[in-house]
Design a protein around this ligand. Structure first.
Ligand SMILES: [Zn+2]
Length: 554
């Protein structure tokens, strides 16, 4: 059977790859719909789908401002065992392509242009360009290469008589943005499982892998989680000449930043792997014009990558750190005040500040206690307005979130300084096969077997990692404790179930182990993005087919 599937597969992949790359599909734009049309034509031209028109289609993303869809196709063979192949069909933009924008999606033309420009590239990129071993272009590595391999394999499987097992391909938009595609695909997985009686055995993604050593490929049996706490600090405003009459929120937030940025207490590690430490992605005061007063409030958000943490644990930690930071600032202010009074021969007494940290939900409840339904009505009105502004790209999620906190403060009577913490979408759960109990031997040893296959076939080394740290849609392949997580998101994420939905229960009900098997690529998201031809056309398809065959028992 391997012969039928892999014979001349290089040509099959090439015929899909170049047209697939050529369709511009910048993330969070209407262009993503062009790729859906391409995929529907592709599936529609395959005899199997002409005979089984219900086995492929578009699954619209609910309430999507750009009306995007998940594209899917199912080869329904014998039995219930099902392998799910996922890839994202969006790419990042081409802002840094400068004069090369018009060639970004046409690798052969881009290559010619880049050769004239080669002195300006990094040495490695120049070397790879001249070697002819790589294909350059936006979306080549990330990830229309992996996508094309999956599509080519699906096409071949469709010709196999008495196919054993089932193979489902999901091609999703929005991965580079908020993963609206994959979050919606979870509902599709749930539906298809029921409609076709599928038993999901393994989810395979084909994101490109980056190498540490050039001869050693990487398989990932999981994907890092990502969670974004926001911090809003309300101070007490005063004139710059009367600093001790006010409390500058910039001071408190800076202290929180210092205590969280790259804080190793917030990173996870396991067996030689560690999640990258947290970093701040957005930070701004809420002042609209310059004047000589300190700002009334400031806010921002940071990203925490996880191997083994749930939202409530993160929120607890952020609260602790914020309280600590607040206390430090009060102490520092008192020291400064004492010195200042001393120099002016004035009496010193403790400043009146007390540290206070509340969650978004606690602040919301306080406003409700103060003003009841009047508050709720106004809040709902503002929330809807903000949701619209985010949908139309007028403001970002984080700005919308901070605007909501501002709105609630209109209904807060106790205006002593305080810190408000919460979460901003998106949320990517950490997943890894190590968290699965009782996996079949085939699945438990899948990486080891793929490594052996690569060694035997190509004399190529591969290593296995527990977590892909590039953040991927595999985060939605499984979850435990969906009820508990849902509750913590409801408690701390203002936009959860309003603008941002995540079908946690469906993720849990369709949980399956996962793996990333993809080609070697470099410089993702950059002008010199490129993928290794040998992997795209020969090696990765063979390894993917091998993986699928192991799971489906051929
Ligand atoms: Zn990607």
């Amino acid at each position: 059977m391997e012969d039928i599937v892999l014979e001349d597969i290089s040509q099959e992949i090439e015929d899909i790859f170049y047209p697939y790359v050529k369709i511009r599909s910048d993330t969070f734009t209407k262009h993503e719909n062009d790729v859906s049309k391409f995929l529907m034509n592709f599936f529609g031209d395959i005899d199997y789908f002409k005979e089984n028109p219900h086995h492929y289609g578009l699954f619209p993303i609910e309430d999507d401002a750009l009306k995007r869809s998940v594209s899917w196709a199912l080869i329904k063979g014998e039995g219930e065992d099902t392998v799910v192949l996922i890839h994202h069909n969006d790419t990042v933009g081409i802002e840094d392509f400068k004069g090369f924008k018009s060639y970004a999606y046409e690798p052969k033309k881009l290559e010619k242009e880049l050769i004239n420009y080669r002195e300006n590239l990094s040495r490695k990129a120049e070397e790879d360009l001249l070697s002819g071993n790589y294909i350059f272009g936006r979306g080549t590595a990330d990830m229309k290469a992996g996508g094309s391999i999956q599509l080519a394999l699906l096409k071949r499987y469709s010709t196999v008589e008495n196919f054993k097992g089932n193979v489902l391909v999901l091609s999703v938009p929005d991965e580079e943005n908020l993963s609206a595609g994959m979050r919606s695909a979870v509902l599709l997985l749930d539906k298809l499982r029921k409609d076709y009686n599928l038993d999901y055995k393994l989810m395979i993604n084909s994101e490109p892998h980056q190498r540490v050593q050039k001869d050693v490929g990487i398989l990932s049996e999981g994907s890092v989680g990502k969670i974004m706490p926001f911090v809003y600090v309300r101070g007490l405003l005063s004139h710059a000449g009367k600093v001790f009459e006010g409390l500058n929120p910039v001071n408190i937030l800076s202290e929180i930043v210092r205590k969280t940025e790259l804080n190793v207490e917030l990173l996870d590690f396991i067996d030689g792997e560690a999640s990258p430490p947290p970093t701040w992605l957005y930070l701004r005061d809420r002042k609209e014009h310059y004047d000589v007063s300190m700002p009334l409030s400031v806010g921002g958000c940071f990203s925490i990558l996880t191997f083994n943490k749930e939202p409530n644990e993160i929120m607890k930690k952020v609260k602790e750190i914020s309280l600590d930071a607040f206390n430090n600032v009060i102490e520092g202010m008192n020291e400064s005040f004492r010195f200042y009074q001393d120099k002016r021969n004035k009496k010193y007494k403790f400043l009146p500040w007390k540290s206070k940290v509340v969650t978004f939900n606690e602040l919301h409840e306080e406003a409700y206690e103060n003003y009841g339904v009047d508050f709720l009505k106004e809040y709902k009105k503002v929330l809807n307005k903000i949701i619209n502004q985010i949908k139309t790209n007028e403001i970002s999620m984080i700005e919308g979130n901070l605007d909501l906190v501002d709105t609630i403060f209109e209904y807060i009577k106790d205006l002593s300084p305080r810190v408000v913490i919460g979460l901003v979408p998106p949320y990517y759960p950490n997943v890894s096969n190590i968290y699965f109990d009782g996996l079949d031997d085939e699945l438990k040893n899948i990486s080891r077997d793929i490594m052996r296959c690569a060694k035997k076939e190509f004399n190529q080394e591969y290593v296995r990692e527990y977590f892909y740290t590039g953040i991927s849609d595999l985060s939605y392949s499984s979850i435990k404790n969906s009820k508990v997580i849902e509750k913590s998101l409801l408690n701390s994420m203002a936009l959860f179930n309003e603008l941002y939905t995540l079908p946690l229960e469906e993720v849990e009900n369709n949980s399956m182990p996962c793996i990333n098997v993809g080609p070697w690529g470099k410089d993702f998201h950059k002008l010199t993005e490129r993928v290794l031809k040998e992997d795209l056309f020969v090696r990765t398809p063979k390894l993917l087919n091998y993986t699928i065959s192991r799971v489906l028992g051929w």
